[in-house]
Design a protein around this ligand. Structure first.
Ligand code: WAQ
Ligand code: MG
Length: 277
């Protein structure tokens, strides 16, 4: 092998062996129990891209509409376990222009997906506001399963598969939510998710599951409201819960083939007056 070929070969080999890194950013104002979450984001990237991404995420933390943070945390860790590769959920988008309409569509979609108590579940969304993570609920009994007070369960360790840098200085609500929703939908025992952003000017939310796909709902809350929240719905034997939470919190997931954000279309109305979704 010629010398240059050898150098190229060795460089390639070491790159393939280079572990992926998780880069997590978290910004808050205040401290201790009174800390208010301002922004958070995470990426999974190869070694060469880590320093620049960390810098971009710090900049993102410093320019959030919720104001200046008092503290920005960056955590960089090599990913030790093998990543699970998942195809993104199918995506669609339903038009609506009032929160009540969005919430009603959400309830209907979940009900059609087999979640009988969807209206009661949606009425619990305000309880999930101001949590750092999601409220984990038994979809059948509505019992709260996370028992973690204001923290909730956070899905972490996921990104789209690295295909060169994409802009992450600005939050891409759809893309980041699709990555999270794809991981959550594949967690053992999880049968659905509901999400409303806590970003005051982002009123679009979604419901998702493996069978439903990812359904964007154009308006889920009043413009300007800082109240969002997430609910993860669990169904099954509670003995499985530690496995579910561990999957959500630690299994590294890389998502492939994220579809472009679909345009919002009106749900058709059937003769019964109920939307056909
Ligand atoms: N794991 C669990 N819950 C989380 C996580 C996480 N990693 N990150 C945020 N949450 C919870 C927390 O309670 C937040 O208040 C709430 O979700 C909303 O989080 O297709 O921006 O990051 O256009 O404000 C939906 C995009 C965007 C819809 C959702 O959520 C679309 C969004 P945010
Ligand atoms: Mg937010």
């Amino acid at each position: 092998m010629a010398k240059n070929d050898y150098i190229f070969f060795m460089a390639q080999l070491s790159r393939d062996k280079t572990p992926l890194f998780s880069i997590k950013m978290r910004a808050c104002r205040g401290s201790g129990k009174d800390a208010v979450h301002i922004s958070g984001a995470e990426r999974i990237a190869p070694h060469d891209a880590v320093a620049e991404l960390a810098q971009t995420l710090v900049t993102r933390a410093l320019v959030h509409e919720k104001g200046f943070p008092d503290a920005v945390n960056i955590k960089i860790e090599a990913i030790a376990s093998p990543c699970q590769h998942l195809d993104a959920l199918h995506a669609r988008a339903l038009a609506c222009n009032k929160p009540q309409e969005g919430l009603r569509l959400a309830a209907q979609l979940l009900e059609q997906d087999g979640i009988a108590r969807s209206t009661e579940i949606l009425a619990m969304l305000p309880l999930a506001a101001n949590m750092r993570g999601a409220m984990l609920l038994d979809a059948n009994t509505l019992e709260r399963l996370d028992a973690r007070g204001g923290r909730g369960v956070r899905a972490t360790s996921m990104d789209e598969v690295w295909a060169g840098e994409r802009d992450c200085l600005h939050k891409d609500h759809y893309r980041e939510a699709m990555i999270l929703a794809t991981k959550v939908a594949h967690a053992p025992g999880i049968v659905g998710e509901i999400c409303v952003s806590d970003d005051p000017h982002y009123v679009t939310g979604y419901v998702a599951s493996r069978t439903l796909g990812y359904v964007r709902l154009q308006c889920m809350k009043a413009m300007g409201s800082p109240l969002g929240g997430r609910i993860f719905l669990f169904s099954g034997d509670h003995q499985m819960l530690p496995q579910t939470v561990s999957y959500l919190e630690t299994t590294p997931v890389l998502v492939h083939n994220i579809p472009l954000a679909p345009a919002f279309v009106r749900a058709g109305n059937s003769s019964t007056g109920k939307s056909s979704l």
